[in-house]
Design a protein around this ligand. Structure first.
Ligand code: NPW
Ligand code: ADP
Length: 497
């Protein structure tokens, strides 16, 4: 099932629908219970210290404390005063079952932290409005010092002090080992330094009408089953001519490996026939890859067109200074096209078509949008949306994780591995995407499926290579990643499919 991504405003609008129906109390109960379960499952040792702020985030902490007590766990609760009716109600409920609530201040925190096995941070959630007030800043400093000394922290919904809608970390915030977030992931749970501060993030969807959440969602995060159904299935009579003919147009003296890596990626993602067209000598990365060296693009492109177009083309990888002119010609062919690297130029805006897949990394995205790279990485969902509006077709804004933006959906990929931060990984992805386009997927489906396939291959390759991962290792695992995704569907017969 897809998971959703929510803005703080979207979460508040869902709250506003729950409250008059009397359902906010139940949502808080479920949220607090999910936190208690996570504490028991992941941090079973020692007393649990729960910190409750004045808002609903603090209410979740008080509910969690009650559930932990009921499970027999030693709990210690420090709370700020609250005007929030449900938070006050849950403070009374906690007391009613014998739980003690003491005021939160620096000395009570230091004392309790010294004997705690886990701290639950329920100080600030999506209602936080920066900047952090000094009194809470001092609390978070003590908390982070205790964390540095080895005390684990689980944050409720979002680490206190983080702006949920932003991947950057502007000021002081809690450094969590784990975050239990509700209804949908927040931008801060998924991207950048904010995601690092969130630790391992798990989603408690809460029993809220899914249409209420879907209606507010900024985007979705498909699971592997949803990706698996997008991957093409061949009939027994398939042959190389029906499995997708792909051209790679790229390479230039000095950067010709980029085109070769794309070719390898396309072969390993199932393309039937792959030819690299280049002005430079392409290294023989594998004999199955066909190579045509041309002397100049002005002659080569009309000849190629006349020779019969392939099912899909990927262009730009290491293509060099002529990339924009070449891209204009290739776009006029009107066939499924991946545009990467040197072909990602603002001059091409308006020249695309619905079967285009544009694959910028944040630096290229910034060049296309005429902004700085930090603006792109601060809010990758917004940047991907703007890129799609500028370029049309489908945009893959690459990163860990990548965002796939089509006209009607924003989708965030799961997985990948930090070992994928090495040159050539994006070239491999371009080949993968072209192979999927060549096998008949729409640009939007190829974007979602190709990015996850590439990320899964990266995860598998990292088992052997860790941070020493190189792009051709990822290509080598594409077949295994494909099988893996299909098996998650549970309908894959490895002998015949
Ligand atoms: N449907 C859902 O998603 C559900 C969401 N749920 C939960 O609700 C949470 C959102 O709750 P929320 O709206 O009450 O806000 P919350 O984060 O507790 O913050 C408000 C408190 O912070 C304070 N404060 C603010 N800024 C500050 C600053 N700069 N520096 C210092 N303090 C500052 C502010 O103080 P005040 O301004 O009132 O003085 C007030 O006390 C959400 O994250 C999730 O945990 C669940 O209960 C179940 C259903
Ligand atoms: N930390 C990471 N986690 C997951 N994927 C990553 C990470 N770092 C890089 N990648 C992936 O590697 C690829 C890098 O692309 P790009 O920067 O264009 O590489 P190149 O231009 O060297 O080919 C992207 O698909 C990106 O999603």
């Amino acid at each position: 099932m897809s998971e959703f991504i929510l803005s703080p405003e979207g979460a508040r609008r869902v709250d506003a629908r729950l409250e008059p129906a009397g359902l906010l109390d139940l949502a808080m109960e479920e949220a607090g219970r999910a936190v208690a379960d996570a504490v028991q499952a992941s941090f079973p040792e020692g007393p649990a210290l729960l910190l409750a702020g004045g808002g609903a985030n603090g209410g979740d902490a008080l509910v969690a404390a009650r559930h932990l007590l009921a499970l027999g766990r030693a709990v210690h609760v420090l709370a700020q005063p609250s005007k929030h009716p449900l938070t006050r109600l849950n403070r009374r409920r906690l007391r009613a079952v014998g739980g003690e609530v003491q005021p939160l201040n620096l000395s009570s925190l230091r004392r309790a932290a010294a004997s705690a096995g886990i701290v639950v941070d329920g100080l600030l959630g999506t209602g936080f409005v920066p900047p952090l007030r000094p009194a809470l800043a001092a609390v978070i400093e003590v908390l982070n010092a205790a964390h540095d000394a080895g005390l684990p922290i689980l944050s409720i919904d979002i680490p206190s002090g983080l702006d949920a809608s932003c991947a950057d970390v502007a000021g002081l915030s809690v450094r969590a080992d784990m975050t239990v977030t509700f209804m949908g992931f927040k931008t801060a749970s998924l991207f950048g330094e904010a995601a690092t501060r969130s630790g391992r993030v798990t989603l408690a969807p809460l029993r809220v009408p899914p249409d209420w959440v879907r209606g507010e969602a900024l985007g979705i995060r498909p699971d592997d089953l949803e990706v698996a159904v997008l991957l093409p299935v061949r009939t027994a009579s398939a042959h190389k001519g029906t499995a997708g003919r792909v051209w790679i147009v790229g390479g230039h003296p000095g950067t010709v490996g980029a085109a070769a890596l794309a070719g390898l990626g396309a072969l390993r993602a199932g393309a039937g026939l792959v030819t690299v067209h280049s002005l430079a000598d392409v290294p023989l990365v594998t004999p199955e890859l066909m190579v045509q060296r041309h002397t100049n693009w002005d002659h080569a492109l009309p000849e190629l067109r006349a020779s019969g177009l392939p099912d899909a083309v990927a262009l730009g990888m290491g293509l060099g200074p002529q990339a924009v002119g070449v891209a204009r010609e290739v776009l006029a062919w009107g066939i499924p096209t991946v545009l990467d690297a040197d072909a990602l130029h603002p001059e091409l805006a308006g020249h695309g078509h619905p079967q285009c897949l544009w694959t910028p990394h944040p630096g290229e995205a910034a060049r296309l949008l005429g902004m700085g790279t930090p603006e792109v990485t601060r809010d990758p969902l917004a940047a991907a949306r703007r890129l799609q509006e500028l370029l049309g077709g489908t945009v893959v804004l690459k990163g860990g994780p990548s965002v796939v933006a089509s006209a009607d959906t924003l989708s965030v990929s799961r997985g990948g591995h930090p070992g994928m931060a090495s040159g050539g990984m994006g070239d491999t992805l371009s080949g993968v995407l072209a192979a999927l386009l060549g096998q008949g997927l729409s640009a939007a489906d190829a974007g979602v499926a190709g990015v996850r396939l590439h990320a899964r291959a990266g995860e598998l390759a990292a088992r052997a290579h860790g941070y020493g991962l190189i792009a051709s290792d990822v290509s080598d695992e594409l077949g295994a990643a494909w099988l893996d995704l299909k098996q998650s569907w549970g309908q894959f017969d490895t002998d015949s499919d």
